[in-house]
Design a protein around this ligand. Structure first.
Ligand SMILES: *Cc1c(COP(=O)(O)O)cnc(C)c1O
Length: 405
């Protein structure tokens, strides 16, 4: 059975061209870029090339603004911990309620162990940041703002350039976890006030265990990992040369394909959303209808949780992910859906350039009967959670749909 892979926000397939680019570094060109001999210098040249490929994708002004890391999680940790170190008199962090655990778990840890105050800015039922709460949280004691560019569960895009401008007004550093945005959205960092940005190779057809942190030249930075002088003293440890070369090639391909692939992927995503909404009654699409990643569909089905759907789809060879809105007692609680006050769980389908219309039509063929089966078996009454408790009632402010006759 051919697997229909629609979980590209979790990870993506390594592009064959990326694999080809990595192979020499795993075989003949195994040198250490820090070595004094010409053999090591070959690997060093490959790193410089990768840095320039990545610089082009994110629109950085200088290639030395890019430090290679082990991925998104390390970059997020490095950015936030560096800010607290370079601004020791500031003890507050502003972030959002819907960040990736790489940011939220670190913030909770800092709150417990270092008496750092953390402001978690709430979102509305479409996942949009509460700008008034954001402005209110900003004050001269904030060392760093860390707000993601796009959310991994709903695809909602935050206005990071504008948020960075506001952070500057109180002298705070601005970091963005752009792991879901890099390679999917055009970027020109040199024209923004964003100080630091995290990205991860395996979210855009590069290998796992490779990523980068962008740090604007004017920004002081303290290395998270102490050791040798690699990466201009910003990240110690012998460079993952195959991973970095793969990341560079993945960046080059993302840039090359972006103009043609973005509308095609969006068309597939919209075909799935519209098709489901037409075929399955009481279904709604989560996230900001306008400011949303082109590849992500988060779909809620009234009265049923996402994990049941996920497992039945998995048996039919369709791979996606799910989250539920409850905070206890259910299989996969999602802090994102909870922050959006979603009454039901959701299934996330995330597309990439190796998906096609056949994949979408396969989901449209099998999912309606799965939902019907689960709803028939479901013991929960319609609206059992009490819509009056919810700030967001699907059908009033969400984009829930009834049966189209
Ligand atoms: C995947 C992801 C990460 C973690 O990146 P890794 O390279 O897997 O450590 C961080 N933030 C977001 C938004 C992600 O989607």
């Amino acid at each position: 059975m051919k697997v229909v892979y629609l979980d590209n926000n979790a990870t993506t397939r390594v592009d064959p061209e990326v694999f080809e680019a990595m192979l020499p570094l795993l075989t003949d060109q195994f040198g250490n870029p820090s070595s004094a001999h010409g053999f090591g210098a070959l690997a060093g040249a490959a790193l410089r090339n990768a840095r320039r490929q990545l610089q082009a994708l994110i629109g950085a002004e200088f290639d030395d603004e890019i430090t290679f890391t082990s991925g998104g999680t390390e970059s997020d940790n490095a950015a936030i911990l560096s800010a607290l170190q370079v601004m020791p008199d500031r003890t507050e962090i502003v972030t959002s309620a819907v960040e990736h655990p790489a940011v939220l778990t670190l913030c909770a840890h800092l709150e417990e162990t270092r008496r750092v105050k953390v402001h978690r800015i709430p979102v509305d039922c479409q996942g949009r940041l509460n700008i008034d709460a954001y402005r209110a949280a900003l004050n001269p004691n904030v060392a760093i703002v860390s707000i993601m560019w796009a959310n991994n569960e709903t695809g909602t895009i935050f206005p990071v350039a504008k948020l960075a401008d506001l952070a500057k007004e109180v002298g705070a550093l601005f970091h963005t976890d752009a792991v879901q945005a890099v390679g999917k959205l055009p970027m020109d960092l040199k024209s923004t006030a964003i100080d630091m940005l995290s990205l991860s190779s395996h979210k855009f057809h590069g290998p796992k265990g490779a990523g980068a942190l962008f740090v604007k030249r004017a920004v002081r930075f303290h290395s998270l990992i102490k050791g040798g002088h690699q990466e201009s003293d910003r990240r110690a440890g012998t460079e993952n040369t195959p991973g970095i070369v793969g990341l560079g090639m993945a960046a080059e391909l993302a840039l090359k394909f972006m103009d043609d692939e973005t509308p095609r992927i969006k068309w597939l995503r919209d075909r799935l959303e519209n098709g489901l909404v037409q075929r399955v009654p009481n279904t709604f699409v989560n996230g900001d209808p306008l400011e949303r990643l082109p590849n992500t569909a988060s779909i809620g089905f009234e009265r049923i949780e996402g994990h049941g759907i996920l497992h039945l789809l998995d048996r039919k060879g369709i791979v996606c992910s799910s989250g539920s809105a409850c905070t206890s007692g259910c299989a996969e609680p999602s802090h994102v859906l909870s922050a959006m006050k979603m009454p039901y769980g959701a299934v996330r389908f995330s597309f990439a350039r190796d998906n096609d219309q056949e994949d979408v039509d396969r989901v449209l063929e099998v999912l309606p009967s799965i939902v019907e089966k689960l709803r028939d078996a479901s013991t929960s009454e319609p609206d059992s959670r009490g819509a009056e408790d919810l700030h967001c009632v699907p059908g009033l402010s969400g984009r829930r749909t009834g049966h189209h006759s």
